[in-house]
Design a protein around this ligand. Structure first.
Ligand code: SAH
Length: 389
């Protein structure tokens, strides 16, 4: 196994169990290292620090273990077992719910790996070449952990690996026709991991949809950036009088329509294919609740400023438009925009509108998207409920 030497002054974060080693921390020549190599990090005296997947990138090593162990099928079995145990203890797998995130990267001690579970189908998404090269081990470990309930494993990493690496999106175990029906809190969703965005569904909003459901009765609701209609379905299930779902993607709106029909809610539902900002300019002014769940405006630090402007503009428009006493569920899933910056941006938007705005709820990612205490960067989804007068 190749060895990576770390500068003395850069070992502290590794000793604090931070799972990333940046290129600037490495003192050895890595020119003959291959992307995805399993390598050992040592200090200048040669003492073992960690083992992980190497990649020629700013994050050069994603750490899998801080002790000298084999990274084999047994390792993945152990990690997946722990991850599955947590989800089961959270009651995410029962007669009313069979959609959950089984592995959330660093939060589950597996940097670079995402696995989403949809009623017997595991969709595996690799964000590092090392994880992609470990697919066989992950495949075997998954079959072992999930046993007879597992119908299929679909590998979907073509969009999440660096361009130079060609990943095949395909079934690596079993097969399952799409769309495939799965349940979230008793609501049926058609999941299409092949043609859908990301792994097919945005599981991270489950708890926030539930909160919306609790206050939807008798309300007129606009769900912007709706994708497959998650928020809309919870609102309709809980007695909303009218729900308008908006997305700029025609495909997303088709998914929403399918899901509305699947649950028999078509009567009180309307779809809009449009740009959210454009639509907001002319939108009706009598919504009781508006949901704003845009895609990440900033994927990198250098886009942060522009992203803040984007969130401010979007939120100011919604605050301006909503009827007195109305609520706005507003979110950001940009990891580089932290909770404070997001809140301050929303406050700036409120000030611009001159309306009276109160923060009555603070929202976040759910428990199956855990944040390692040693990797606070794992917190990415934040939201606020605003009451506007
Ligand atoms: N709220 C959704 C997830 C939103 S993902 C859920 O609960 O499942 C973000 C969505 O925003 C995507 O479906 C994307 O197609 C849509 N989108 C991106 N840019 C947009 C724009 N300018 N106007 C409207 N929708 C947009």
């Amino acid at each position: 196994m190749k060895t990576l030497q770390i500068y003395n002054k850069k070992t502290d974060s590794i000793k604090r169990k931070h799972p990333w080693i940046f290129s600037g921390a490495i003192s050895s020549d890595v020119s003959d290292f291959e992307n995805g190599d399993l390598v050992k990090a040592v200090d200048v005296k040669g003492n073992f620090l960690a083992i992980g997947h190497f990649q020629h990138a700013t994050i050069s090593l994603r750490i899998l273990a801080f002790e000298e162990i084999e990274i084999d099928e047994f390792f993945f079995k152990n990690k997946l077992n722990e991850a599955f145990h947590l989800r089961k203890s959270l009651h995410l797998l029962h007669s009313n719910n069979n959609i959950f995130r089984l592995v959330h990267g660093e939060g589950d001690g597996l940097p670079g790996l995402i696995i989403d579970y949809y009623n017997g189908v595991a969709v595996v998404q690799c964000h590092s070449i090392g994880m992609y090269k470990s697919l066989d081990l992950i495949n075997k470990a998954l079959q072992n952990i999930l046993g007879k309930d597992l119908k299929a494993i679909y590998s979907k990493s073509a969009d999440t690996l660096p361009n130079k690496h060609i990943a095949l999106d395909q079934y690596i175990f079993g097969n399952c026709e799409t769309p495939h029906i799965a349940l979230e809190n008793g609501i049926k969703f058609n999941i299409d991991w092949i043609n859908g965005q990301k792994t097919g569904f945005f599981i991270d909003q489950r708890e926030n949809r539930k909160i919306l459901g609790m206050i939807s009765e008798g309300k007129k609701i606009l769900n912007t950036f709706c994708y497959s209609g998650g928020f809309s379905l919870y609102a309709l299930q809980n007695g909303a009088i009218s729900v308008h779902s908006l997305d700029s993607s025609k495909k997303a709106i088709e998914l929403t329509e399918q899901n509305v029909n699947l649950n028999g809610f078509q009567e009180k539902h309307e779809c809009i294919v449009a740009d959210a900002m454009e639509q907001m300019k002319t939108a009706e002014k009598d919504y009781d609740i508006i949901i704003l769940d845009p895609p990440a405006f900033a994927k990198h630090r250098d886009k942060k400023h522009k992203a803040v402007q984007g969130y401010k503009r979007l939120n100011a428009m919604a605050i301006n438009n909503i009827k007195p006493g109305g609520l706005i569920f507003t979110f950001s899933c940009s990891q580089v925009i932290d909770k404070n910056l997001f809140t301050n941006t929303i406050i700036a938007a409120a000030i611009e509108t001159q309306r009276s705005v109160r923060i009555i709820g603070q929202l976040h990612q759910p428990a199956d998207h855990p944040i390692s205490a040693y990797h606070p960067e794992g917190e990415y989804l934040k939201g606020l409920i605003l009451e506007v007068n």
